[in-house]
Design a protein around this ligand. Structure first.
Ligand code: SAH
Ligand code: SF4
Ligand code: F3S
Length: 473
């Protein structure tokens, strides 16, 4: 489902690398990114690491001296895209070689972690395969790949090492920045590859996170999204030995000059502690928005999925979050057709959706992933049934999303300016609920401007600047 609220682009280009490259030979780097925001963050960090070697960003494969595919293994379709892209890159590499130009091709991310050497067996023109926890060693891998005949494969764990070795300097991210604070997952949901591709849960220390946030703010970031596969499981140990939870970290980050907005994603219902719920009511910079995947509304399916909670816990969390912050937008993820899901189970999901009322959601047909417990189960749901359930669910979710977008029309809200609009004389920005907003007028990127929301369109809201309103009145 294309979600107005959901910020995850299917393919995002890496942000521009740092400009410390002046003295080095000019080389071009193309990074293609699939999957979650953690991959988007990682792509930015890979650009940061390669910038001192002289790599400047490009969007053209023909121009690129190095291409990194930062991949996602979450569903079968996501993984297969990598191989079709690699097929095209083989031709590009050949054409460049005929002109005497070398091309280094690297596969990074979760497909690299899961499939490792199989990638180079299937696509021997790949030079480097690197897992999500090893990209701090990229410069060394690039050097080895340029010398070696065979591919360089690095898919070690754990994440500590990576964060210790990443460069401190980050290229400016613009007004909206991602900051990874937690990686990995110990929850082992029946259907999910993440515990295998990202490894065990690991939390970065608060000092390193705060330093990175200060740097982002100094570089112009006004909104910072804290990232983790289980971001609300974050438990950082300060240098003093004190143990911090996420609410405390959010309170500290809200004090950084320039930081106007905070978000965090993705959370697990089991880790929504009392202090974090309270934080939604008492930290003004924490945006009224929470992505809290539930996957199913059936207790039977939740148990089969090994989610570790019942539907009722989710409903209570939704109520408590709304008590703390009445205008909070809740979004979620759903899987239909998990092995063993009956028509009655699916009905329970529909009832949960009706009861909660979501501002947006991602919903997927269950996709069997090699090596996960659910993949071996005999009670698969037929494909046609999955399709039908997905359509029914998405129709309801779309209706709820439209209702949510229409409900905010008429309100005056703060809009963070992110760029110029599609039409001349327009600015583009985002609402507190992550909706894209466009308005006629001028305002600098990074400004937070009060606007009156005027109309809801399929993928955005139009607005007028509130000060123009009062000037006209
Ligand atoms: N850590 C997050 C989700 C990470 S994966 C959480 O615990 O909710 C993002 C989403 O992809 C999941 O929420 C789930 O809805 C979907 N997903 C994961 N594995 C899947 C599979 N095998 N088939 C279909 N959808 C899947
Ligand atoms: Fe996957 Fe479950 Fe971990 Fe989320 S909590 S990353 S769905 S195993
Ligand atoms: Fe995909 Fe890996 Fe993220 S599997 S969703 S890129 S953690």
């Amino acid at each position: 489902m294309s979600s107005l609220i959901g910020p995850v682009p299917a393919v995002a280009q890496a942000p521009a690398g740092a400009s410390t490259a002046a003295a080095k030979p000019a080389r071009k780097l193309l990074i293609r990114t699939w999957g979650c925001q953690m991959n988007v963050y990682d792509s930015g960090r890979m650009a940061d690491i390669l910038a001192p070697l002289g790599y400047a960003p490009t969007e053209s494969a023909e121009e690129a001296d190095m291409v990194i595919l930062n991949t996602c293994h979450i569903r079968e379709k996501a993984s297969e895209k990598v191989f079709s892209d690699l097929g095209r890159l083989r031709e590009t590499k050949k054409a460049r070689a005929a002109e005497g130009r070398q091309t280094v091709i690297a596969v990074a991310g979760c497909v690299a972690q899961a499939e490792g050497a199989e990638i180079t067996a299937r696509a021997p023109w790949v030079d480097i395969v690197l897992g999500p926890q090893t990209y701090h060693r990229l410069p060394e891998m690039v050097a080895r790949a340029s010398r070696a005949a065979g591919a360089v494969i690095e898919t070690d764990f754990p994440a500590e090492d990576k964060f210790d070795h990443l460069p401190e300097a980050r290229a400016s991210q613009g007004p909206v920045a991602f900051l990874t604070i937690q990686e990995g997952c110990d929850k082992f949901c029946s259907f999910c590859v993440v515990p295998y591709t990202r490894g065990a849960e690991f939390s970065r220390g608060p000092e390193a996170i705060i330093a990175e946030a200060r740097q982002l703010a100094a570089g112009g970031a006004r909104e910072i999204a804290l990232l983790g596969q289980n971001v609300n499981a974050w438990a950082g140990e300060a240098q003093s030995g004190a143990k911090w939870r996420l609410a405390r970290l959010l309170r500290e980050l809200a004090e950084i000059p320039g930081v106007a907005r905070l978000r965090y994603t993705t959370s697990h219902p089991r880790d929504m502690d009392d202090d974090l719920i309270a934080a939604h009511g008492d930290i003004p910079a924490l945006m009224p928005y929470l992505h809290l995947p539930v996957q199913s509304g059936s207790d039977r399916v939740l148990a089969a999925m090994n989610r570790g909670h019942k539907a009722d816990l989710y409903l209570r969390l939704a109520d408590r979050l709304r008590e703390a912050r009445p205008d909070i937008a809740l979004t979620s993820d759903f899987i239909v057709g998990h092995p063993g899901e009956t028509a009655a189970d699916f009905e329970a999901t529909m009832r949960l959706v009706e009861r909660v009322g979501f501002a947006g959601a991602y919903s997927f047909k269950y996709s069997a992933r090699p090596g996960t417990p659910a993949a071996g189960q005999p009670n698969a749901v037929p494909e046609a049934e999955k399709d039908a359930r997905l359509q029914t669910l998405q129709a309801l979710l779309r209706e709820q999303q439209d209702r949510f977008n229409r409900a905010v029309v008429g309100r005056v809200v703060d809009v963070l300016i992110t760029g110029t609009g599609r039409h001349p004389g327009q600015v583009a920005g985002r609402s507190p609920w992550l909706q894209p907003v466009h308005a006629t007028g001028a305002a600098p990127v990074g400004a937070v401007v009060p606007m009156q929301l005027r109309a809801a369109h399929p993928n955005s809201l139009s607005a007028t600047m509130a000060h123009q309103e009062s000037a006209a009145a």
